[in-house]
Design a protein around this ligand. Structure first.
Ligand SMILES: [Zn+2]
Length: 358
């Protein structure tokens, strides 16, 4: 081939390669919520459809610079996730960076490092399951920042206002915990688990079936020792008889609640002590309904009637299913590592790295 012919061919191939890169660069392509099957393509897309040349002694080697640049950029960007926030709208974040923000929002930064690592893995598993489309967010997007729907996600300015002078120290502590467990997720029977967690179990976690009506083999009730010292362990709320009757009757007019001391009665508890059913005047509702109505910390509640007031004491904080964060912290204080913490709260699970999954 003539000199000019080679030049034309090289220019042509460079243009072709550039066009290919523009198509493949994640930052330049439109973002969509990926389905499970689409996610399976992600590693190939991220690494340039295996076009990355192994040697530079052929024509593709000359073009390798561009393919290599794409790979380096993909490596830098890593896996990304779209996070919906009611105030801020859609935020697109690096996946591991997102986990740092979730751990900051979901667990006190003062907790033990091994507990923070366990939290990072639970949060990552939860998020990956959403990213793969195996779990849904009520917003319709991949995942949101509402802790009642998905997972809390503290923004940098919120971390600074929460932690004040300790911002640098706490950020590094959480970032280190996330990096130390990078890519690690929980599976059962080769599938990502629903890695539920809660603040405090009050001494014993709950079967998933009792709360969500779905029995999962890895979400079964286990002991959770050492939570008593935590401020989340118990909580009290006091209502006047009049206020309590007004709240209940407004939500359930057929209750006709007038005299709580005579008309409120717990009808049954689960093995872990949480209320199954409670009689309120002329109706019976489940423990979760009353928890929601009165904004109680848990369904492990009991009543004390004192003259014109009703004292409701709750043990534990949260739904009680999966990992207890207080319990995880107590285990970490006893010298237990994050793997053993997770294996305790999620029965029979395996800890694997995400690359094996995707
Ligand atoms: Zn959500």
């Amino acid at each position: 081939m003539k000199k000019g012919g080679w030049r034309k061919l090289i220019v042509l191939l460079l243009v072709f390669d550039l066009l290919l890169l523009l198509r493949l660069r994640p930052g330049l392509s439109p973002r969509v919520n990926l389905s499970h099957s689409q996610m399976d393509l992600l590693p190939n897309i991220r690494f340039g459809l295996n076009l990355n040349p192994q040697s530079s002694d052929n024509l593709f080697g000359l073009l390798g610079f561009y393919v290599q640049s794409s790979k380096e950029q993909a490596d830098e960007e890593g896996l990304r996730i779209q996070v919906w926030d009611e105030q801020k709208g859609m935020m697109e974040m690096n996946f591991e960076e997102y986990i740092v923000h979730v751990v900051a929002g979901e667990m006190p930064a003062g907790y033990e490092t091994e507990a923070l690592k366990a939290q990072a893995i639970a949060a990552r598993t939860y998020a990956l399951k959403h990213l793969r489309g195996e779990d849904r967010c009520k917003s319709g997007y991949t995942i949101c920042t509402d802790p009642y729907c998905c997972q809390a996600c503290l923004q940098t300015e919120e971390m600074k206002s929460c932690w004040g002078d300790r911002y640098d120290e706490y950020y590094k502590k959480i970032d280190d915990a996330v990096k130390a467990t990078e890519g690690e997720v929980l599976t059962s029977d080769g599938k990502l688990i629903s890695a539920l967690y809660h603040s405090s179990s009050g001494g014993r976690t709950e079967d998933s079936e009792a709360v969500f009506a779905v029995a999962l083999p890895y979400l079964v009730s286990v002991e959770s020792d050492g939570e008593e010292d935590s401020p989340e362990y118990s909580d009290e709320k006091v209502f006047s008889v009049q206020d309590l009757c007004s709240i209940v009757n407004a939500e359930f007019p057929q209750a006709h609640l007038k005299a709580p001391a005579e008309q409120i009665d717990v009808w049954g508890r689960t093995d872990s002590g949480r209320v199954k059913l409670v009689q309120l005047g002329e109706i019976v509702i489940n423990g979760q309904q009353l928890r929601n109505l009165l904004n109680l910390h848990s369904t492990n509640f009991s009543f004390e009637f004192e003259g014109d007031s009703v004292r409701i004491t709750c043990i534990g904080f949260g739904h009680g299913v999966g990992m207890s964060q207080c319990g995880a912290n107590a285990m970490a204080k006893r010298g237990v590592d994050y793997r053993a913490i997770l294996e305790h709260y999620y029965t029979g699970v395996e800890i694997i790295t995400m690359d094996e999954q995707l």
